[in-house]
Design a protein around this ligand. Structure first.
Ligand SMILES: Cc1cc2nc3c(=O)[nH]c(=O)nc-3n(C[C@H](O)[C@H](O)[C@H](O)COP(=O)(O)O)c2cc1C
Length: 277
């Protein structure tokens, strides 16, 4: 594992981390965060149930808006349901070999139930009701990953679960106002994880006002730096866009979002009872 300073320099380019005189536990925590990387190759042994439960407890110890606790975790243990998930998400070719699988849910149902039990009007039935559940679920997802990484477990979030949101909802009996935000495949890594380069902090950290006046130059420089460290092995959609001599991150992301994705997700969320205005 790289030192924190080295990992952050590798990720962000020209950056000097302030890491002097840290307590050993803090130094270790920062080093883990700096070295974090997605994992899609796993050993076959599953993570034991007791550890998964503890990771869920740690994930749900993360902050939650107004203490509303509008996120849940659905652990998939049933072999037939897991096989169906592998089938529904067949474009995730690494997923069948991930020994563990769970889904982070947005849950605004409980809040509405509480209003009914306490006979109080639920008057915040608008976009925020949906948005808060998604944010809460994402925070828990992140906490789960960091807690898992700390005990040597590798993870890959899966937003493509929302490509099949209705099927997934039906498979797991999700009622109104409960929906999948992202899934997570996890297990013990087979091999090293990779530290992905990130946009420079000059592009993504703003001081006192939003300023992206240098963004195009920043992105172009990032494309080059990233390419030098870890070039894309494959160009996306060559039949449509052709092969490019230099293929950077921005070209890849522009190609990725030139294809429609999840255009029916809004309709699914409305069917779940959310009002999005
Ligand atoms: C919310 C979320 C959804 C993601 N969905 C998928 C997915 O559906 N399939 C996949 O292979 N990776 C998915 N990823 C993993 C990202 O592709 C990965 O985090 C990204 O390439 C950056 O790499 P890094 O995590 O190693 O920095 C997702 C990550 C996040 C945070």
């Amino acid at each position: 594992m790289r030192s924190t300073a080295d990992a952050l320099r590798h990720r962000f380019g020209d950056f000097d981390a302030e890491i002097d005189s840290l307590e050993p536990d803090t130094a270790r925590a920062w080093q883990l965060l700096a070295n974090r990387g997605v994992c899609r190759r796993f050993k076959p042994e599953p993570v034991p149930v007791a550890i998964v439960d503890t990771l869920c407890a740690l994930a749900l110890s993360s902050p939650t808006k107004s203490d509303l606790q509008q996120r849940d975790i659905l652990i998939v243990e049933d072999a037939a349901k897991r096989a169906r998930i592998n089938e529904l998400l067949s474009e995730q070719d690494w997923l069948p070999a991930a020994p563990n699988f769970l889904i982070f849910l947005g849950n605004n149902r409980r809040q509405r139930q509480i209003h009914a039990w306490r006979d109080r009007p639920f008057v915040n039935d608008h976009l925020d009701a949906f948005f808060n559940t998604g944010v809460d679920a994402a925070i828990a997802l992140s906490a789960f990953i960091l807690a898992a990484n700390a005990v040597g477990i590798g993870c890959c979030p899966i937003s493509t679960i929302r490509n099949r949101a209705q099927d997934v909802s039906d498979l797991f009996d999700m009622p109104d106002h409960v929906y999948p935000v992202a899934a997570l495949g996890f297990g013990y890594p087979a091999g090293e994880t990779h530290i992905s380069a990130r946009l420079p902090l000059s592009a993504t950290v703003h001081r006192d006002r939003f300023d992206d006046s240098a963004i195009e130059a920043d992105v172009n420089a990032y494309d080059r730096r990233r390419h030098a460290i870890f070039p894309y092995r494959k160009q996306r959609d060559v039949a449509r866009f052709g092969e490019q001599e230099f293929y950077g991150w921005s070209e890849d992301k522009a190609r990725q979002y030139s294809n429609p994705e999840r255009q029916d997700f809004g309709a699914f969320v409305r069917r779940k009872g959310f009002k999005l205005s």
